[in-house]
Design a protein around this ligand. Structure first.
Ligand code: ZN
Length: 398
């Protein structure tokens, strides 16, 4: 589709038109931007010489006559590093500029070991993955990292994250920026990254969507009008610490009693099943029991879904999304979990707000976080203003 954009389009904006497929030849760029052909030629030339664009195949395949060559983002110009840090495991990847993983690895970690131990592991693992992908530190153009707690996105630091002792105000983004000089580093709350990934990869035509993560903790990421809703310190969608509809004195990691996370998260289910006499240690053990058809575990997971659904109903009423995606470790026990969530949401929301609402499990599953971390780093690195600044540094006038 060729639509006109607000002129004058900078080189960065032209790169975005190409990247999103809205204009992929010089002629289409002239039409889309309203700029003169000579200006378009000049700016495309700047993007080509900076290595950001490459000339692709000629649409008719002939190479003869004067058919227009298509332009494309040069996905191999460099790499993006992505890190998805959970409470109990971390998944890291080296990706090309289309966000496709060239090398990827998941390992158990303990986020509670603190930033020094965890970020050392991140550095060592990135080294190994870069070697596996045949790339070097100098190829790293951007780094995206997400953590299971609130963050100050501007400063790149966690802010009083309940399940991350020792991480409060730690300069996570600065440490990575030191390691990869010149790379853009972006730190984000995990659920925002996951919401972004599911949206961009599978539901990009939807304006409004909610992603709920059910793992050691509980949180939601909100896509409003196509973009991630941050809220103060990335706290938008922090439904885990809403007080549950079921009165309870169970102490939550945040210090309050009876939060949804204290009753319906993976760690809450582990506690509940231990009390029922089961030998379980993690969300994955709970999922195994559900998959094996254990009636008690299935009951507890459905009940957790019901409690979570009650908090989610409020969010659905406020945001009015057309889709809720449920992800995180527990989403692998999706049938009883989704059944419980649906039961509460449809019971508590007005029929009008749920008329077109779908509630589905995550399609990216355990890769949602790492894909999201790569996506958010790429979106910032390839944002028109960032591209224009990159060209300016090379001495190319916009
Ligand atoms: Zn809490």
């Amino acid at each position: 589709m060729i639509g006109s954009v607000l002129a004058p389009a900078s080189p960065g904006e032209m790169l975005r038109l190409v990247r999103t497929g809205r204009a992929v030849t010089r002629t289409q760029l002239v039409t889309a931007t309203g700029l003169s052909r000579s200006t378009v030629m000049h700016r495309v030339g700047a993007l080509l010489s900076a290595g950001l664009l490459v000339e692709g195949a000629r649409p008719d395949g002939s190479g003869g006559g004067r058919p227009p060559a298509t332009l494309a983002l040069n996905a191999g110009l460099g790499v993006v590093l992505a890190a998805d840090l959970g409470a109990q495991h971390g998944r890291l990847a080296v990706c090309d500029l289309e966000g496709e993983a060239l090398a990827e690895r998941e390992e158990p970690i303990h986020i509670a070991d603190g930033p020094d131990a965890v970020l050392d592991w991140v550095g060592r693992t990135f080294d190994a993955l870069l070697a596996e992908a045949g790339r070097h530190d100098a190829d790293v153009l951007a780094v995206g990292i997400d953590v299971p707690g609130p963050v100050d996105v501007e400063r790149g630091r966690p802010v009083s994250p309940p399940i991350m002792p020792g991480w409060d105000d730690h300069p996570v983004a600065d440490r990575l920026a030191e390691r990869y000089p010149g790379a853009l580093v972006r730190l984000e709350r995990d659920v925002q990254a996951m919401a972004l990934a599911e949206h961009r990869r599978h539901h990009s035509l939807l304006r409004d969507m909610v992603f709920v993560k059910v793992a050691t903790g509980i949180g939601a990421g909100i896509i409003a009008d196509g973009e991630v809703l941050q809220g103060s310190h990335g706290r938008a969608g922090d439904i885990g610490h809403i007080r549950s509809i079921e009165p309870s004195e169970v102490l939550c990691s945040c210090g309050n009693h009876g939060c949804v996370a204290a009753l319906a998260s993976g760690s809450a289910l582990v506690r509940r099943l231990k009390e029922a006499g089961y030998a379980v240690e993690s969300s994955l053990d709970v999922v195994e029991l559900v998959k094996a058809g254990d009636a008690v575990a299935t009951h507890h997971v459905r009940d957790a879904g019901r409690l979570l659904g009650a908090a989610l109903a409020a969010l659905v009423s406020v945001v009015a999304p057309s889709l809720v995606v449920v992800g995180g470790d527990l989403a692998d026990a999706s049938e009883p979990l989704l059944a419980g969530i649906r039961e509460s949401v449809y019971e508590r929301c007005s029929p009008r707000s749920t008329q077109e609402l779908r509630i589905l499990s995550s399609r990216l599953r355990e890769r949602a976080g790492v894909v999201g971390a790569a996506t958010l780093a790429l979106e910032h690195m390839l944002a028109p203003a960032a591209v224009d600044a990159r060209l300016a540094r090379r001495g190319v006038a916009a």
